[in-house]
Design a protein around this ligand. Sequence first.
Ligand code: CDP
Ligand code: MG
Length: 149
Amino acid sequence: MEKTFIMLKPDAVQRGLVGQVIARFEAKGCKLVGMKLMSVDQALAEQHYAEHKGKSFFEPTVQYIMSSPVVAMVWEGKNVVALARELMGATNPANANPGSIRGSFGMDISRNVIHGSDSVASAEREIALYFRPEELCDYRKAGEEWLSE
Ligand code: CDP
Ligand code: MG
């Protein structure tokens, strides 16, 4: 089953949105297989956003995810990488569908509440950055049999 890396960014934690955002993934039918509240240090933040090194928003974005604790999570499900991006909405909350997480809870691109891997390859890389294999749980979840044929 596909896995994706999701981070509730510092603004989500500080604004008390952790429960509401997790509830959307649960309600959709995704399975939580890893989760921790943690602080991100400079080295990890720079690796996380390595693809953006050199861009104008790189430094402020690295500082942003280091500014306060984040919730790092791994969610599992059918096509969950693309599904999570749909649930999250566009990068800029100002343009995001109002039903999406960023569209519901954010105002500005610099404080957009949530990160989610953009491809299966990114998900593998990001999960490995944040979690040791033994920190992920492999389990059967009640109701799974009601999610698809
Ligand atoms: O997070 P996502 O994959 O949707 O967007 P990205 O283009 O990979 O950018 C990574 C993050 O950098 C965004 O989620 C924003 O936090 C930040 N960013 C920003 O502050 N200003 C921009 N113009 C672009 C991105
Ligand atoms: Mg991205």
